[in-house]
Ligand binder design. Sequence first.
Ligand code: FES
Length: 131
Amino acid sequence: MTTWHRLGDQTELLARVPAAFTLDRWSVAVFHHDGRFRAIGNACNHKGGPLSEGRLHGEFVMCPWHAWEYSVITGKGPEGYDEEQVPVFAVEEREDGIYVQTPPVMPRNRGPRQARRRAAAGAGHLHHGDG
Ligand code: FES
């Protein structure tokens, strides 16, 4: 069963984002990008860093902990890492406010980046270019 959660009216939400919301059992990071609100899982696939506290570069948000990036539109990593993604939640901008739906329309997918990262464990510092 799906549930729509009202986050506030557009003005309220614009003043808050990027921000994390707990909706049912989901922690959701909400962004405003290219004129639209977007909602993805707040927990980074790497070690759970808070994506709502990351910086946006175009459509990608960079995790504040170790700089993995995710599209706020598709939830996927950048090119080369796009087999993995954080959950994506549907957003509706209605007359009476902005709504986000749970559960996500796209689930988390811990892709090969995680496996590669584990294989490389012990190799030392993690670089942004690793993903
Ligand atoms: S927890 Fe996000 S990059 Fe490590």
